[in-house]
Design a protein around this ligand. Sequence first.
Ligand SMILES: NC(=O)c1ccc[n+]([C@@H]2O[C@H](COP(=O)([O-])OP(=O)(O)OC[C@H]3O[C@@H](n4cnc5c(N)ncnc54)[C@H](O)[C@@H]3O)[C@@H](O)[C@H]2O)c1
Length: 420
Amino acid sequence: MRTSFPKHKIKAVLVEGIHPAGVGLLRDEGFQVEALPSSPDPAKLAKLVHDAHLLGIRSKTDVTAAILDAAPRLLAVGCFCIGTNQVALSHAAHQGVPVFNSPFSNTRSVAELTLAEIIALYRRLTEKSGLMHLGQWDKSAAGAHEVRGRTLGIVGYGHIGSQISVLAEACGMRVLFYDIVSKMPLGNARPVKTLNDLLKDSDVVTLHVPATPLTERMIGPAQLKRMKPGASLINNARGSVVDVDALAAALKSGHLAGAALDVFPVEPAGKGESFESPLRALPNVILTPHVGGSTEEAQASIAEDVATKFIKFVNVGTTTGAVNVPEVELPEQAIFEEPSARKPAGQRRHRILHFHRNVPGVLSKMHTLIAQLGANISAEYLRTTEDIGYVVLDVDPTDGEKVLARLKTVPETIKVRLLW
Ligand SMILES: NC(=O)c1ccc[n+]([C@@H]2O[C@H](COP(=O)([O-])OP(=O)(O)OC[C@H]3O[C@@H](n4cnc5c(N)ncnc54)[C@H](O)[C@@H]3O)[C@@H](O)[C@H]2O)c1
């Protein structure tokens, strides 16, 4: 696909060792890519971005207002991870710079870990393995069970919860789920009306809800008490969802048979810091250091997802998946003409991408300016947030450069870009 700006002049700076799958996609598109294995310090990052059109980071690089100000050509920032707190999101929005991330590329990894844990808890695998490492051969079936025929209760039937539903049924489990939103059950899974219904009927409860005021400690002493004696609990969602002191008490009393946790209310900042939790050293409790989504496949999938979002934004103007500007999904229209078929200036069709401050009257000012040039708006796509508007206009026939120059005079314009 052609754009008004030669693709080989688009420069992407990718830091923190972004997976080669993403680097490859951008290079295949014809963009220049400078890829660094680690996170540069702020001074080096500021230098790197001064002529960059795309900046790709992971969680260790802070993209502050100062870094954004040092990048006058920047079109978009990509967080090749889940979180976006490391970016000055509002500052980027007010520069017309969308920030993309990849919230769902590790869904399968979390679902597989959860399935592995369900089976491991039922077979007391970590205990058996621990004893073997101590030289103890305890060949006994006591306390070990098949998962077939057991009931799995899934709290939160979104991307991850619904994947686990399919995997668990394939292992012969019955699946119940509870969600605050009405969801289509997959396979033979059955929705239940309340969390209490799910807790009392499930042999294993697995949590896959976001961190919200409603889910804060949604599993506390009262909910644990409602769970079946001998049941297990899995939390691979968010640390705030479970009261870990209450869970430790339920495990110590023998009411619960096991638990698996990947996320905690307080997590160490890094390798050097010790992990403290009342759940440490309890039997049949699997503890993992927030690695539910950490697989090489997930890294590749995240890299492909964010690189694809970059490419769609650069080539077409699509902002779907942006976290800080209005999301506009655009068709790939035939307005992009091969250079050989290009009509002279003044007779061409164009796509104009326009970020502006969302105040009344901006669109009518734009329409008037375009009409004064005798151009027809053949399609218009508009989305707004409280303070930012993003409008994409397909106009013909006209001289795009003239339209661009006129739109830049609209005081509310934040950024305007022309595609062929
Ligand atoms: N351990 C990890 O490394 C890891 C990796 C990825 C995601 N996660 C976490 O897993 C969780 C689920 O992720 P997802 O991608 O499936 O999210 P999702 O948004 O696709 O699904 C969440 C579901 O929870 C439901 N929900 C929200 N509030 C609820 C409530 N109070 N009661 C019941 N249901 C409720 C929503 O309606 C939605 O269906 C998130 O908290 C996410 O941060 C953890």
